[in-house]
Design a protein around this ligand. Structure first.
Ligand SMILES: Cc1cc2nc3c(=O)[nH]c(=O)nc-3n(C[C@H](O)[C@H](O)[C@H](O)COP(=O)(O)OP(=O)(O)OC[C@H]3O[C@@H](n4cnc5c(N)ncnc54)[C@H](O)[C@@H]3O)c2cc1C
Length: 482
């Protein structure tokens, strides 16, 4: 038997990377095995014909002082070059363009300028989302551990509970739409669609289904901090890899884990190449169906109503003569549930801005996509997304050097997420993060990633990684540094 590692981490998604980096910083022996050739999973990146593209995530939140990512990188003593954005994103809807500003007053003014007859009826709703969202934000920044399953969860969560947090309890029973109805904030189609687009991005649900607690923070998150990381989100993943290695941890790419079994003193993992890796504790950064595969069970895929797939279009364009554009845009069509394109624009530094990488993403149902049988649907979505980009760059089609799209089948292949489901569990009422699946299926086996509390996004998965790290550390009889 080779020497057991203190902590074996399976998967270099944001949850696994965060857990591994904190564990290595604490002095544990750490080994991270990643099946793909690069880190980051859905928040990683890839290069194509001289252009660099994000695999999925482009916008970062949580690097502001006190934010969850800031707390992690401070603990690791890692500097992150980034730019704070205000406005965070620009909405394009019904021929109008509106920047989503951090100041609630400026946002209300912009709405009033564009929708003078109706905007005012939403004022109390924006005030509510800012206040309730602030309470949820502060609760999250205190790094709670939910659901409450063990004394450790209570101990970690109590400091997060304040009078403000308790006032959120009634919202657990409500949806964002019911809150809109109570406050009379409904009826302007464009504003309702912008609300839905913000909610879809962060929670996977529109106002009619989205939990009011999750919805409040989804509507307010960009106000608390919205960052563009220099070099893209993939750069954050790479910084975490470097932090693990600097502290003596081992990170291996192109080395997946195909099975996992308990032993008397820990776990034994078998890699895709047949190597046996022993560990006292395992942190698996995989969705529930990925865990099933590791444990030799039939994978239980989520219900279609509880999870989404993504379709992304990546364009490398000649940007000669184009005026600078804001990095993040939401182009909203008639059906927000599948029709809003999130457009991210990154000028290439190496070409002095003469070439831009543009990535567009939309929610799609994961089920019907299968590699090789999706040609016509794929072409159709590519054209719709090009139309959306043309809202910002009218002659984009003539400028394209590189065009690639990714379907749920692509995500399944490159992120090992069974069924190609991404973004974690849809935060509808009744499935809110508070009721998320527990992350300790067996002794010494801990889960991280966007299917566990608090849910999706780089910042959410970082918190899942913090909790996985804290559990692993306690399992090893040590004290956590965060
Ligand atoms: C199109 C799109 C756009 C998004 N935009 C944003 C955004 O702008 N901002 C934001 O914050 N979030 C965004 N998200 C969400 C965010 O990217 C994800 O919620 C988050 O990155 C998921 O992290 P995770 O820890 O669950 O790991 P994952 O991203 O699922 O990564 C898991 C990793 O584990 C590896 N792995 C899996 N199984 C094994 C195994 N058996 N052995 C070895 N390795 C394995 C995979 O290869 C993968 O690298 C977006 C997601 C998508 C799909």
């Amino acid at each position: 038997m080779n020497h057991p590692t203190d902590i074996l981490v399976i998967g270099a998604g944001f949850g696994g990377l965060t857990a591994a980096a904190l564990a290595a910083r604490s002095g544990h022996s750490v080994r991270l095995l990643e099946r793909h050739t690069r880190p980051g999973g859905c928040a990683g990146d890839f290069a194509l014909e001289g252009f660099s593209f994000p695999a999925g995530a482009t916008v970062v939140t949580g690097l502001e002082p006190g934010g969850i990512l800031r707390q992690v990188f401070d603990k690791l003593a890692v500097e992150v070059s980034h730019e704070n954005l205000d406005p965070s994103i620009v909405f394009h809807i019904a021929g109008k363009s509106l920047g989503f500003s951090a100041s609630v007053t400026s946002w209300k003014d912009a709405l009033a300028d564009n929708f003078p007859q109706t905007a005012q009826r939403y004022d109390a709703f924006w005030d509510w989302s800012h206040e309730a969202g602030g309470s949820v934000y502060r609760l999250g920044a205190a790094l709670p551990s939910l659901p409450l399953q063990r004394p450790a969860d209570v101990r970690r969560t109590l400091p997060a509970v304040s009078g403000n947090a308790i006032r959120l309890l009634p919202l657990l029973l409500r949806t964002v739409r019911s809150q809109q109805t109570r406050l009379g904030a409904l009826g302007e189609p464009a504003i309702d669609a912008m609300i839905d687009a913000l909610l879809m991005d962060a929670t996977g649900a529109t106002s009619a289904n989205c939990s009011a607690v999750q919805g409040a923070i989804a509507l307010d998150l960009y106000r608390r901090g919205c960052q563009r990381v220099e070099g893209g989100t993939g750069r954050l993943a790479m910084l975490l890899v470097r932090a693990i290695r600097r502290e003596g941890g081992l990170v291996q790419f192109g080395e997946g884990v195909r099975s996992l079994a308990p032993t008397r003193s820990g776990w034994i993992a078998v890699t895709d190449g047949g190597e046996e890796a022993w560990a006292r504790t395992v942190i698996a950064n995989v969705p529930p169906a990925g865990l099933d595969l590791l444990l030799g069970r039939r994978p239980r895929l989520p219900n279609a109503a509880d999870a989404w797939g993504a379709f992304t279009l990546h364009l490398g364009i000649d940007a000669t003569g184009l005026a600078e554009l804001a990095p993040y845009h939401q182009v909203i069509g008639p059906d927000v549930r599948e029709g809003a394109s999130f457009v991210s624009i990154f000028p290439s530094r190496r070409t002095g801005g003469a070439r831009w990488s543009i990535s567009v993403s939309r929610h799609v149902r994961a089920g019907p996509w299968r590699a090789g049988t999706d040609g016509q649907k794929r072409r159709c979505l590519e054209q719709q997304m090009l139309d959306d980009v043309a809202t910002l760059i009218p002659d984009v089609r003539e400028r394209v050097h590189v065009l690639r799209s990714a379907t749920p089948a692509t995500f399944e292949r490159f992120t090992s997420r069974p069924g190609g489901f991404v973004g974690g569990v849809v935060q509808r009422r009744g499935v809110v993060a508070l009721l998320a699946a527990g992350h300790r299926p067996e002794r010494g086996l801990i889960l991280a990633g966007d299917h566990y509390f608090p849910g999706q996004g780089t910042v959410g998965t970082a918190l899942s990684g913090i909790n996985a790290y804290r559990d692993a550390t306690e399992h090893l009889g040590k004290k956590a540094i965060i």
